[in-house]
Design a protein around this ligand. Structure first.
Ligand SMILES: CC(C)(COP(=O)(O)OP(=O)(O)OC[C@H]1O[C@@H](n2cnc3c(N)ncnc32)[C@H](O)[C@@H]1OP(=O)(O)O)[C@@H](O)C(=O)NCCC(=O)NCCS
Length: 213
């Protein structure tokens, strides 16, 4: 590139500069059935209110602490906090349609690049870092609704796929992603790219699904 010429922003750079990634959706983002009536609020990490952030951390701990504690990596609160406050983190927070303080669950995602099995190719991913619902809000389709929202966001911003990490021990969530939502082992997941004897040493898998067009 000749001296003085600026390097064009990559697709991911451009997307990550967008303040709001759901502006193409009709607002309020609402999910309603006979069991639940919620509105989904969008935040980027820079405008996430501190009480909402504290609630998301508490919910992660309530839902996942025991699984983390028995995992190979263990639980590291400082590390989790740092991940949840990453500069590109975006939040979809589901709360009662009638009471802003009655929160039901959230999904935290980031637009990131991930490796593929081809050394020369990186994949643009709408990566679900957390999806956590209050116990009282589960099995009402809200988890599916939030994951579909992420798929729509990924698709709108021309990401290649939606991706996430799941503990193998989290059998319910594993079923939710694979049986209900159609996720499959990503090509770089231990179970997909390693011989079985090596893959079984990992306590997690990476799941993905192409963004639907
Ligand atoms: C996993 C989770 C996000 C799913 O959201 P949800 O709103 O309960 O899911 P939906 O109602 O859309 O779908 C439920 C279906 O998914 C499957 N499923 C989801 N969670 C399940 C669980 N813990 N055990 C068994 N099946 C489960 C079942 O097929 C279930 O159908 P059913 O309700 O008829 O049994 C939610 O249960 C949750 O927050 N769990 C705790 C936190 C967690 O594990 N997060 C994932 C980290 S990777």
């Amino acid at each position: 590139m000749p001296f003085g010429e600026t390097v064009p922003d990559s697709l991911l750079d451009r997307v990550n500069k967008e303040p709001c990634l759901v502006q193409f959706l009709e607002t309020p983002i609402r999910y309603q059935n006979q069991d639940i009536d919620v509105v989904v609020d969008y935040y980027s990490v820079t405008d996430l209110p501190s009480d909402v952030f504290a609630w998301t951390m508490d919910l992660v701990k309530k839902n996942m602490l025991s699984m983390y504690e028995s995992s190979q990596g263990g639980w590291n609160e400082a590390e989790k906090r740092q991940e949840m406050l990453a500069p590109q983190a975006r939040y979809l927070v589901a709360r009662s349609a009638t009471d802003v303080n009655d929160r039901k669950g959230f999904l935290m995602f980031q637009m990131v690049q991930e490796e593929t099995m081809d050394d020369d190719v990186m994949a643009n991913c709408a990566y679900c870092y957390e999806i956590q619902l209050m116990a009282s809000a589960r099995s009402r389709g809200l988890g599916e609704f939030l994951m579909h929202l992420l798929d729509r966001v990924g698709c709108h911003w021309k990401m290649d796929k939606v991706m996430l990490t799941v503990f193998k021990s989290n059998e319910g969530a594993f079923r939710f992603y694979t049986k209900k939502l159609g996720f499959e082992l990503d090509e770089i997941s231990p179970g997909a790219c390693l011989p079985r004897s090596k893959a079984r040493l990992f306590d997690y898998e990476l799941l993905s699904k192409p963004c639907s067009q």
